[in-house]
Ligand binder design. Structure first.
Ligand SMILES: *Cc1c(COP(=O)(O)O)cnc(C)c1O
Length: 390
C-alpha cells in the first residue's frame, strides 16, 4: 500500500508552512551542505577538482555554500561568468563553456582572465584568438571534444554524439590543435568532454573513460602534454525516491574515474557537476486550486505550472508529487496533476496516485533544486515564485 510519508517535510517544518504563499521554491540547505561534505570526502583523496555547473541553480544562498565548499564555477554564458565573479568566485576558478559565445561574452571573460575557455569550434577559437590579441592577453583553452559516447538518457539531454551540436569532431581535431598551438594568444590547457545529463548507468562513465584514454593517446602520439582533463558532469539523481536517495552516490561515481581513467603525471582531472549537487535540496510548493472531474480522469489543478517548473513539459521529466496536507494517508485516488498555464503540456504528472486531494491542499513537487527555478519564465505574465530556506 502506498502511504504518503516524507522526511524532507518533517512535522516541525510542516508547521511553518501553514501560511506559506504558493507557488514557492523551498531549499533545504542542510541537504546541500551534506552533499558537499560527501563530495569533499570523495574528491580530496583522489585529488579531483570540481567546478559547479551554474546553470543548474544560481540562487544566492546556494552559490555562497558552494563557494565556501571550495568548488569552482562552470559557466555557459557571460552573465553566468559575471554572476560567479559577483558572488565571490575567483576568476581563476571560472571555466566558460558553450557553443555560441558572443564577442561581448568572450571579451568579458578575457578581461577577468578566467581560468579557461572550453572551446567548441574552429570559428570560435579564431574569435577568441583575435579578441585576446587585441588586448594582449593569452586565453587558456580546453578543447571540448565530441567523444561520440551514448549517454542512455533522454535525447534532449544527450550531448556527446556526433549528431549533437556540441564539441569538436575528430575530423577537424588535427587542424584545430595546430591552430591553437601556433597562436601566441592561445594556450592549450587541456581537453574537455561532457556527454549529457541525468546519467544513472555507471557503465556510461566507464565507456567515457575508455574514450578519453583513446583521445589522450592521440595527443600523446603527437607529443602534446595536456594539463587538464575535464570529464564534464552529468551524474544523475533518483527522482523517484528523493528521501531514500537524498544524496548521489559520489563515491561510486568518482571511483569509476579513479579506476579507469589513465591520468598522466602532472595532470589534473576536472569535473563539472550540476544536477547531482543541487537537485535533491529543492522542492516546489504549490496549492490545489481546483479538483476537476474529467471524462476518464480527474485533474488536480495547481497554482504552480510550467512557468515555475518546465522540466516535465520540456523533456517529460518525472518528479515525485506529494500531498503534504494528507501525510500518513493512503493513496486511493488517481489524478492528472496539472498547472494553470494555457498549454496542454503544462502537466506535472499523469495518473498520479495520491490520497484524496482537495482544494487548498499543499502539494510538494520534489527534486526541483536543479534546472527548476533557473528555467522559470513569466509566460502568461505570471510572477516569479519566491524562495524559502530550511
Ligand atoms: C550542463 C553542463 C554540465 C552540468 O551537467 P549536470 O548534468 O547538471 O551535472 C556540465 N558541463 C557542461 C558543459 C554543461 O553544459
Amino acid at each position: 500500500m502506498n502511504v504518503a510519508t516524507t522526511s524532507f517535510f518533517s512535522p516541525e517544518r510542516m508547521a511553518s508552512l501553514h501560511e506559506v504563499a504558493t507557488p514557492c521554491y523551498v531549499y533545504d540547505l542542510n541537504i546541500l551542505g551534506e552533499t558537499l561534505n560527501r563530495l569533499q570526502a570523495a574528491v580530496s583523496p583522489r585529488n579531483f577538482h570540481v567546478h559547479y555547473a551554474f546553470k543548474a541553480n544560481t540562487d544566492k544562498r546556494i552559490l555562497e555554500i558552494v563557494r565556501e565548499a571550495g568548488l569552482g564555477a562552470d559557466c555557459v554564458s557571460g552573465q553566468e561568468v559575471k554572476c560567479a565573479i559577483d558572488n565571490g568566485f575567483r576568476p581563476n576558478q571560472v571555466a566558460f563553456a558553450g557553443v555560441g559565445k558572443t564577442d561581448a561574452e568572450i571579451q568579458l571573460a578575457l578581461q577577468h582572465d578566467i581560468f579557461c575557455f572550453n572551446a567548441e569550434s574552429m570559428p570560435e577559437l579564431q574569435v577568441i584568438a583575435e579578441l585576446a590579441a587585441q588586448t594582449n592577453r593569452v586565453a587558456r583553452i580546453a578543447l571540448r571534444l565530441n567523444p561520440n559516447v551514448k549517454a542512455n538518457t533522454h535525447h534532449y539531454i544527450t550531448t556527446g554524439l556526433e549528431e549533437n551540436k556540441f564539441g569538436i569532431g575528430m575530423h577537424e581535431l588535427s587542424s584545430v590543435v595546430d591552430f591553437v598551438l601556433a597562436h601566441p594568444n592561445l594556450e592549450l590547457l587541456g581537453m574537455h568532454v561532457h556527454i549529457g545529463s541525468q546519467i544513472t548507468d555507471m557503465e556510461v562513465f566507464r565507456t567515457l573513460c575508455m574514450r578519453v584514454n583513446e583521445l589522450q593517446e592521440w595527443f600523446a602520439s603527437r607529443r602534446i602534454a595536456l594539463k587538464v582533463i575535464n570529464v564534464g558532469g552529468g551524474l544523475g539523481v533518483n527522482y523517484h525516491e528523493p528521501d531514500r536517495d537524498a544524496f548521489p552516490n559520489l563515491e561510486q561515481y568518482f571511483d569509476i574515474f579513479s579506476q579507469h581513467l589513465h591520468v598522466r603525471p602532472n595532470q589534473e582531472v576536472h569535473f563539472e557537476l550540476g544536477r547531482s549537487l543541487v537537485a535533491q535540496c529543492g522542492a516546489l510548493l504549490s496549492r490545489v486550486t481546483y479538483i476537476k472531474q474529467g471524462v476518464q480522469t480527474q485533474f488536480a489543478i495547481l497554482d504552480a505550472g510550467m512557468t515555475e517548473l518546465i522540466r516535465p513539459a520540456l523533456y517529460q521529466a518525472y518528479h515525485k508529487i506529494e500531498n503534504l496536507s494528507a501525510i500518513g494517508k493512503t493513496a486511493t485516488q488517481r489524478y492528472d496533476v496539472v498547472g494553470p498555464v494555457c498549454e496542454s503540456s503544462d502537466c506535472f504528472g499523469k495518473a498520479v496516485d495520491l490520497p484524496e486531494t482537495k482544494r487548498g491542499d499543499l502539494i510538494a513537487i520534489r527534486s526541483t533544486g536543479a534546472y527548476g527555478e533557473v528555467m522559470a519564465s513569466n509566460y502568461n505574465l505570471r510572477e516569479r515564485a519566491p524562495t524559502l530556506y530550511f
